[in-house]
Design a binder for this molecule. Structure first.
Ligand code: A2P
Length: 337
């Protein structure tokens, strides 16, 4: 059976990649309906060699649609997600709008694929935050083997996570600065070129950013274990594609770096890149443009009882967003629809 698939936000950084993933993975698409705002009228997206005109998203966009992939921002998801579900589509939503709703599943196929069944509650499945996805892909096998007690993570996040306009802004700033001109900051509060800021999404009353609290709360929900303690610091770095993370974990049972390497070598969606003697470790340069979560620098953290440190890198637009959503759609198509 083939499916009618809508992509809301099809002209954006993630939406473009969603369409590309559907093509690359040969998803059984009967009809593709790319949706965006009026700004995109006249544009088209290319799919299997065809140019498909972009339509302006409205209340009727989801009639006849089986699966709707959303990546057009939280407010669009809040408004149109339920409309799409009421039209009979199953929504896979990349925004943070529904992630923590108790009756909406939050899914990483390598970690909690069975939660997809809960789409029946409201017709919506949430795609997690990009930084959370790559972290839980790497940590799930360790949790199963040795039980995670505490996770301390610091991120180094690429600008593409903010959207296409941030990719353009970093490129423009670099060009301007290297030509001796002023760099203009419009998307971010400060210049991101040759800079780093510990500020992603908005600040909350507890002193953390919303991005940091997404990593805390989403990790517990996806792992299905509220007892895992998580502390995150999230930073934006002048990288186009690929989020990196330094992750310190404490486990209940002792586990050696060799055991972790062996576990992760078998883990779905993971590639161990850990040969420092030959200068092999994960980097955004290698993670970008592919779907595996790269893990390296695996070593004992001797500052705590049962501690391990890892360095985790993935393509934030692919595994961190589009690929994960399309993987969910594949399971829906194979098992549920
Ligand atoms: P458009 O290109 O027409 O503005 P990004 O994350 O790269 O910024 O992309 C956001 C995506 O969401 C784009 O495809 C954008 O379309 C789409 N989008 C943003 N706001 C709306 C809206 N109100 N209605 C429909 N699509 C929207």
């Amino acid at each position: 059976r083939k499916f009618n698939v809508a992509v809301a936000g099809a002209t954006g950084a993630v939406g473009t990649q969603m369409v590309q993933c559907l093509e690359e993975r040969n998803f059984p698409v009967e009809l593709l309906r790319p949706l965006a705002s009026e700004r995109s009228l006249g544009k088209s997206v290319s799919f299997h060699g065809q140019e498909i005109p972009v339509e302006v998203l409205n209340e009727n966009s989801f009639v006849g649609i089986d699966i709707a992939l959303f990546s057009a921002g939280g407010s669009v998801s809040l408004k149109y997600g339920p409309i799409a579900a009421a039209s009979g589509a199953v929504v896979v939503d990349n925004s943070s709008a529904f992630r923590m709703e108790p009756d909406i599943p939050l899914v990483v196929p390598e970690v909690n694929p069975d939660d997809i069944a809960l789409y029946k509650n409201r017709g919506i499945i949430a795609n997690p935050n990009c930084s959370t996805i790559q972290m839980v892909v790497a940590l799930k096998p360790i949790h199963d083997a040795a039980r995670l007690k505490r996770v301390v993570v610091s991120t180094y996040q690429a600008v593409s996570g903010t959207g296409q306009k941030a990719v353009t802004e970093l490129a423009a700033q670099v060009r301007a600065l290297l030509s001796g001109q002023e760099a203009e900051a419009k998307v971010y509060p400060y210049r991101i070129a040759f800079n780093v800021f510990p500020h992603i999404d908005v600040f909350l009353e507890n002193g953390f950013t919303k991005e940091e609290m997404k990593m805390v709360n989403e990790t517990k929900k996806i792992m299905g274990d509220d007892s895992i303690r998580v502390c995150a610091t999230t930073a934006r770095v002048p990288v186009f594609y690929g989020h990196s993370e330094a992750v310190n974990i404490e486990t209940e049972r002792k586990i050696s770096p060799d055991d972790v390497r062996a576990l992760l070598a078998q883990a779905p969606g993971v590639k161990v890149v850990d040969d420092p003697a030959n200068r092999l470790y994960p980097m955004p340069l290698d993670a970008a443009g592919q779907d595996l979560t790269l893990v390296g620098r695996i070593r004992q953290d001797t500052s705590v009882e049962n501690g391990i440190v890892l360095w985790i890198v993935a393509d934030n637009i692919r595994k961190g967003a589009a690929t994960n959503a399309v993987q969910i759609a594949e399971i829906l198509a194979e098992k549920y629809l």
